[in-house]
Design a protein around this ligand. Sequence first.
Ligand SMILES: Cc1cc2nc3c(=O)[nH]c(=O)nc-3n(C[C@H](O)[C@H](O)[C@H](O)COP(=O)(O)O)c2cc1C
Length: 230
Amino acid sequence: MYTHTNWRRQLEQSFAGNGGILNCSFAQLATIGTDGRPANRTVVIRGIHSVLVSAFPDSPATGSRVFFEVATDRRSNKCREILHNNFGELCMYFSGTWEQFRFAGRLYHIHNQVPQHAGLAGISPEELEAERYRVWKYVISENTRQSFVGPTPGTSTNNFEDQTLLSAQVEAKSSQTSASDLGYENFSLLLFEPDRVDYLQLSTRPHSRTIFKSSPGLGVEQWSFENVNP
Ligand SMILES: Cc1cc2nc3c(=O)[nH]c(=O)nc-3n(C[C@H](O)[C@H](O)[C@H](O)COP(=O)(O)O)c2cc1C
């Protein structure tokens, strides 16, 4: 039995081995559409966030939960989909080293006006809101912040109300006004917590594939792994 640091160590190594390649922080995030069909899109992984938690209520912290962070617009389809069903998959391909990571797990929508999901029990709403603000303020760029002032993603460009918002966005951009107050309302942090990692290595002969699984009953940091045929 190994801890999750194994797949994390592998992931860190993959990031390091692909340092010169911009697209290694991009990933494909799949959700389940409200109509039951798969929905998949490209996102930027803004960081990996660890939260110290206890495996059992009222006992001292015994380990950490690990979340991938994605910045998004709270009005986008994916946020609605997650409220409906929060299972998701994140897929990353490292082209320099021919490696693929498929992470399966759950997604959590972090916004101070969205009720905290039961799956995050044990983590304080203040801590989650502080992390949302940190990513807004210090991780994403001013250009990205400006994008949250604009119209609702996916709505028709003929919508008059949205056009007014678009003008506000253009104005904010041209006057270099910080989008802090304007866009923060629409800014959501998505936390993705994997419980299964399917790691495929195609640069070796033979190819290799390892499945890591978390074992919730055994404590927050316990992961098992098995090498399988690719
Ligand atoms: C290179 C690239 C990076 C992107 N990064 C993000 C991102 O970090 N967050 C995000 O919400 N959308 C991002 N998008 C846009 C999404 O792929 C998608 O079009 C948008 O979020 C709407 O998706 P939805 O309607 O399924 O919610 C990115 C698109 C591209 C091409």
